[in-house]
Design a binder for this molecule. Structure first.
Ligand SMILES: NC(=O)C1=CN([C@@H]2O[C@H](COP(=O)(O)OP(=O)(O)OC[C@H]3O[C@@H](n4cnc5c(N)ncnc54)[C@H](OP(=O)(O)O)[C@@H]3O)[C@@H](O)[C@H]2O)C=CC1
Ligand SMILES: Nc1nc(=O)c2c([nH]1)NC[C@@H]1CN(c3ccc(C(=O)N[C@@H](CCC(=O)O)C(=O)O)cc3)C=[N+]21
Length: 285
C-alpha cells in the first residue's frame, strides 16, 4: 500500500478555472460578484489569509472590498459595518475574519450578517439548512474537504469516516457533509476515551484539532484516506498540519499535505460561494 499525495493546490486551481469560464460567460451581462472582507485587529495569520482572498478576487474578476478596522473597534461599530454591507447591492458576500477581539461577541456579528450574503456558512440559518439538508451556502473548509475527497477519486458512500474535532467551523459541519454523502460518521473530540481505536477503523480520517503533528501512523488503518485540516505555525516559522506527515505516509493511502492541501480549497470554496450568492441575487441559476 503506498501513500499518494492529494494536490489541494492543483485541485483548487482546477475549480478556479471552472469559475473563470463561468465568469467569462456571465460578463457580457455586466454581472460581477462582490465580496467584502472585514478584518479587525492585526493578527498576522489573519492578514495573510485576507491577502490571499483579495488576490483570489482580483484573479477571478470579482469586485472586492477589504475593511481593516483597529483592534479597539467596538461591537456596535462592527455591527454598523455589517449592516452597511448587508445593504450594499454591489456586495454579495460578507466575511468577517475570525477570531475577533474579546470585546466583540462573535455570535452577535455572525447573526447580523444577511443569510443570503453568508459566504462563510456560519449563520444559524445556514447551519440549520445544512443540518436538514436544504440548499444553503456551505462552510468553506468543510465543503473543500468533501470536494478534495471526491476529486481524489475516492467514493464516500458506505465508507466509515472518522472526524477528529467538533468545532462549529470545521469538525461539526464536515461530519454533517460526510453523512450527507452517505458515509457512516464517528465524531471524536477531547473527551473521546478510545480515539486511537476508533480512528484506526476509519476508511476516511479527517483531522481538525489544532495540534501540530498529533496524529501519527498508529491512528491510521492501512490505505485509509487522510485529510489534514490543521494549520499550525511552528516556532521555526514553518507550517505543520495536525497529522505527522512522515509517519502517516508509511501506512495511509491518499493524504493531503500542509501547506497545499485543504487551505487552498478553503479560499476557492469562498470564491465559489460568492459566485453562487451573486447568481442568486441576480435571479440566475
Ligand atoms: N485549512 C483551513 O482552511 C482551516 C484550517 N483550520 C485549522 O484546523 C484546526 C482546527 O481548527 P478549529 O476546528 O477551528 O479548532 P478549535 O480549537 O475550534 O476546535 C478543536 C477541536 O479539536 C478537539 N481537540 C482538541 N485537542 C484534541 C485531542 N487531543 N484529541 C481529540 N480532540 C481534540 C476539540 O475538542 P473539544 O470540543 O472537546 O474541546 C475541538 O472540538 C486548526 O489547526 C486550524 O488552524 C481551521 C479553519 C480553516
Ligand atoms: N470568517 C472566517 N472564515 C474563514 O474561513 C477563516 C477565518 N475566519 N479565520 C481563520 C481561518 C483559517 N483559514 C484559512 C484559509 C486559508 C488557508 C490557506 O490557504 N493555507 C495555505 C497556506 C497559507 C500560508 O502560507 O500561510 C495552505 O494550507 O496551503 C489556511 C487557513 C480561514 N479561516
Amino acid at each position: 500500500m503506498t501513500a499518494t499525495i492529494i494536490n489541494g493546490k492543483q485541485i483548487a486551481e482546477d475549480i478556479r478555472e471552472g469559475i473563470r469560464q463561468e465568469m467569462e460567460q456571465l460578463k457580457t451581462t455586466g454581472f460581477q460578484p462582490g465580496l467584502a472582507v472585514v478584518l479587525v485587529g492585526e493578527d498576522p495569520a489573519s492578514q495573510v489569509y485576507v491577502r490571499h482572498k483579495e488576490k483570489a478576487c482580483h484573479d477571478l474578476g470579482y469586485y472586492s472590498e477589504v475593511h481593516r478596522l483597529p483592534s479597539t473597534t467596538s461591537q456596535e461599530e462592527l455591527l454598523a459595518m455589517v449592516d452597511q454591507l448587508n445593504k450594499q447591492e454591489n456586495i454579495n458576500g460578507i466575511l468577517v475574519q475570525l477570531p475577533l477581539p474579546k470585546q466583540i461577541e462573535e455570535k452577535a456579528i455572525i447573526n447580523a450578517i444577511a443569510p443570503e450574503k453568508d459566504v462563510d456558512g456560519f449563520h444559524p440559518i445556514s447551519v440549520g439548512n445544512l443540518v436538514i439538508g436544504d440548499d444553503s451556502l456551505l462552510p468553506c473548509t468543510p465543503a473543500g474537504v468533501i470536494e478534495l475527497i471526491k476529486r481524489a477519486g475516492v467514493e464516500i458512500s458506505g465508507k466509515h469516516a472518522v472526524v477528529i474535532g467538533r468545532s462549529n467551523i470545521v469538525g461539526k459541519p464536515v461530519s454533517l457533509l460526510l453523512q450527507r454523502e452517505n458515509a457512516t460518521v464517528t465524531m471524536c473530540h477531547s473527551r473521546t476515551s478510545n480515539m486511537k481505536e476508533l480512528a484506526k477503523q476509519a476508511d476516511i480520517l479527517v483531522v481538525a484539532i489544532g495540534k501540530a503533528n498529533f496524529v501519527d501512523a498508529s491512528y491510521i488503518k492501512p490505505g485509509a484516506v487522510v485529510i489534514d485540516v490543521g494549520v499550525n505555525r511552528l516556532e521555526n516559522g514553518k507550517l505543520a498540519g495536525d497529522v505527522d506527515f512522515e509517519s502517516a505516509t508509511q501506512v495511509c493511502g491518499p493524504i493531503t499535505p500542509v501547506p497545499g492541501g485543504v487551505g487552498p480549497m478553503t479560499i476557492t470554496m469562498l470564491m465559489q460561494n460568492t459566485l453562487v450568492a451573486a447568481k442568486r441575487a441576480h435571479g440566475l441559476k
